[in-house]
Design a protein around this ligand. Structure first.
Ligand SMILES: NC(=O)c1ccc[n+]([C@@H]2O[C@H](COP(=O)([O-])OP(=O)(O)OC[C@H]3O[C@@H](n4cnc5c(N)ncnc54)[C@H](OP(=O)(O)O)[C@@H]3O)[C@@H](O)[C@H]2O)c1
Length: 245
């Protein structure tokens, strides 16, 4: 029987893992290994990179993988590109499981990337909630703001001069995010267009408080079939690898 490789790191990936386990479908869950204590999954789990396209292609062949579901975060563009190339090389079908992006809001300033977000912030010092995780912080160091960062794990070194770090794992509530931004006198929020309900609380809280929102657009995704719901991913797997599931 050919197994499914589920590339995880999102709520949707965890939901699909539960569905696969329930259905008794042979699958491996893969984490990048970015967080210290990743959520336990009801599937055999591997942690760490594959070693680029070549390593992933080898893994697909060696492990006799019958299909790949890429349920990584919409901003994890490298692993999605690698998975696309490796699946092509190993002739393995691939599905994207991604939550829809948040639709535009006239109150948000949309920018294409991190550099655009840096350029969109004011020059005079102010309070900025930089809700983009711990990667890609360096370009903001040139600005003089009081930064508020929300991270899953405590950083080893101060991630940015003038930064306060709050440790928390989502999903978050509008009330909690409103209080957080009030406590830190936040005037600007920088966020990625991740989509999903759990991450949208900060946008609603910002709207209520009149905080300016700078929203970073998603990077391009591979041209592959895409679904938003874990149940639809399961249907796709049934149709695509009928003998494997
Ligand atoms: N980027 C975000 O904003 C964000 C937010 C929340 C969660 N995450 C999760 O955190 C993980 C890392 O994100 P990222 O933006 O650093 O990824 P990335 O830039 O797209 O990937 C960098 C490298 O990390 C490894 N990798 C990433 N996801 C993996 C997975 N699920 N299993 C095995 N290896 C993986 C791969 O290493 P090799 O080349 O060695 O295979 C990949 O080339 C992802 O799984 C993503 O779902 C990311």
């Amino acid at each position: 029987m050919r197994r499914i490789l589920l590339l995880g790191g999102t709520t949707e990936a965890s939901c699909l893992a539960a569905l696969l386990a329930q259905a008794g479908i042979a699958a491996v869950f893969s984490y990048a290994g970015r967080t210290e204590a990743p959520l336990a999954q009801p599937l055999p789990t591997r942690i760490g990179g594959f070693g680029g396209v070549e390593g992933l292609t080898r893994y697909l062949r060696d492990q006799r993988i019958g299909a790949v579901v890429d349920a990584t975060h919409p901003f994890a563009a490298q692993i999605s590109r690698n998975a696309d190339a490796a699946c092509r090389a190993a002739c393995v079908p691939m599905l994207m499981l991604r939550r829809p992006a948040w639709p535009g809001d006239p109150g948000w300033q949309r920018v294409p990337d991190i550099a655009g977000a840096v350029a969109a912030l004011p020059h005079a010092p102010t309070g900025v909630f930089l809700a983009i995780g711990r990667q890609n912080l360096a370009p903001f160091a040139a600005l003089p703001h009081r930064w508020l960062l929300r991270l899953v794990d405590a950083p080893e070194a101060p991630p940015l001069p003038g930064a306060r770090v709050v440790l928390a794992r989502g999903p978050f509530s509008v009330e909690g995010d409103r209080a957080l931004m009030q406590d830190h006198a936040i005037t600007h929020l920088v966020a990625k267009n991740s989509g999903g309900a759990g991450a949208s609380a900060k946008l609603e809280a910002a709207r209520e408080l009149g905080v300016r929102v700078v929203l970073i657009d998603r990077p391009a995704a591979p041209d592959r079939p895409e679904v938003a719901k874990p149940e639809d991913a399961l249907d796709w797997l049934h149709q695509t690898t009928p003998r494997g599931v």
